[in-house]
Structure formats: C-alpha cells, structure tokens
Design a binder for this molecule. Structure first.
Ligand SMILES: NC(=O)CCC(=O)C(=O)O
Length: 266
C-alpha cells in the first residue's frame, strides 16, 4: 500500500477558498501514486486560528466536502481529507475529519474527541465527539484520530480493540512541542503494534509556527519516513500485513490486563 501525507502550509496570506482549490489539485496529483492520501487538521483555517472557526465553519456536506469528494474520485484514492470546522445545525461546532472512498463517497466522519486549549480556543469553541471511528480499506483498517488525541493512549487502544491496524492522525501541531509529536507518534505505534500515519501542517498562522515533520512509523516503532518543516508531500510504501506479523511474533497486546482492582490504601 502506498500512502501520501500532504503537509499543507497554512499561512494567513492565503484564503480558505484558495487553499481548498490548491489542496484539491495536490490530491488529484496523487492519481496513480498513492492508494491512500492523508491531509492535516483544520487546514482551511489553521488549528490555532480560533477567530476563523465560526467564520469558516461549514456544514458536513459543505464546500470542503464537495471538493474533496470530487478530488478523491478524480484521483481514484482513499482520501482522509483532514478535518473541517463543522457547523452542526442543531449543535455546536465540531472539529470533524472526513474520509472518502475512491468513488468519492463519504466512508466516515470523525468528530475530534479531545479538544485542545484547556480553558480557551478549541476547548471552548467546539463540541467534543463521543464516537470511535474506524474505516475498513482493502488490506487494512484505519483508526481515525486528530492532533491532541495523540496524547491519550486509551483512545488508540479503543481503536485497536475495534480492529484498527493503521492509525491515522490529522494534526496542526506547533513547532514548540515538536519533540512530543515524534515521541508520541512512535509510542502509539509501538504500544499498539500498528502503523501510525501522522500528517501535520507547515507555515505559521495566528502567530503559531507549525512543526511540519509529518511522520510514518511502522509497528516496531521505526520511522519509515519523516517530512521536513515546509509544505511537502510525503509518500511511503508500507505492507499492512506487518501488523499481524508483529502481533504474532511479539504478542504483547495479548498480555493486557484489564479491570484491575483499585488501591486498598495500606
Ligand atoms: N490542535 C491541537 O490539537 C494541538 C495539540 C497540541 O498542540 C499539543 O497537544 O501539544
């Protein structure tokens, strides 16, 4: 399987509409190159451009959906189209990832569960998703996560319990915490014996320089490919059968102990 992670530069000099069109042509250029294309988190606005969330929010089947569904079918690829600020007509905004099949049909929508910002930003401007999302592709099952989710191993264990073998993380991760990004991506791969495909943004928006450094890690924790800091398409070939082989040869996942007793307080 070949995957291309498109690490889009999200800078303020470009409108959301211009970036949408530019990104659609980057996806189309993956025809015949990749089976799976991955985009980052909130690439129309920037993950830290809080003021833009409401202004650029769109219904699930809004302009980004339309263009990305078409780009997926034009290119004949599975497309994890990163996330959009979704306006739910009956609720709050959500940070929602969209996954399209090669025929351009929506295969999954994932509302980010862990919102970033503590008592500000996304944490107060957006609602929290409650549902794990996996997507069955020929040869592997994707587990879908978004940015700050990467810090919460129990989410990934939940995805693995539902069959995930390739963990896809769309992110807008800042340069300031780049060391955490690489470390956490490798940790999620090792502990779950799964591939991790983590796609971030480049550029600077709302004064926050982005880390770039999108990364693909194998089930043994080895880095198969890593991008630099700027806009880049990172293409990697990987064998999804390595997940089952790793889990067979080093069956640590089978040794999980669930439902431990609480401390008795000696
Ligand atoms: N958009 C995000 O979720 C940012 C997460 C982040 O900066 C961090 O976990 O650190």
């Amino acid at each position: 399987m070949r995957a291309s992670l498109i690490q889009i530069a999200v800078d303020e000099g470009e409108s959301a509409e211009a970036r949408r069109r530019r990104t659609a042509s980057l996806v189309r250029a993956q025809a015949g190159v990749a089976d799976l294309v991955v985009l980052p988190e909130l690439w129309t606005t920037g993950a830290f451009a809080y003021e833009a969330f409401a202004a650029e929010a769109e219904p699930l089947e809004g302009p980004t959906y339309e263009l990305m569904a078409k780009a997926a079918s034009d290119a004949g690829v599975w497309l994890h189209a990163g996330s959009i600020p979704e306006r739910d007509p009956e609720g709050p905004l959500y940070n929602t990832s969209l996954v399209f099949s090669p025929s351009g049909d929506l295969a999954a929508a994932y509302r980010k569960i862990h919102r970033f910002g503590f008592d500000r930003g996304e944490a107060v401007l957006m609602g929290a998703g409650r549902e794990l999302v996996t997507v069955r592709l020929p040869g592997t099952t994707l587990g879908v996560a978004t940015c700050y989710d990467l810090r919460f191993p129990e989410l990934f264990r939940g995805l693995v319990a539902h069959g995930a073998e390739t963990l896809v993380v769309a992110a807008g991760w800042p340069e300031r915490r780049r060391a955490h990004w690489t470390l956490l991506a490798r940790a999620r791969a090792v502990e779950n014996q799964a591939f991790v495909l983590a796609c971030g943004t480049a550029g600077t928006h709302a004064g926050v320089p982005q880390a770039g450094h999108s990364i693909v890690v194998d089930p043994w924790g080895e880095v198969l490919a890593e991008a630099g800091p700027g806009e880049q398409v990172l293409t990697v070939e990987f064998d999804p059968a390595r997940v089952a082989a790793t889990r067979d040869q080093f069956p640590a996942l089978k040794d999980r102990v669930l439902g431990l007793e609480p401390p008795t307080g000696f």
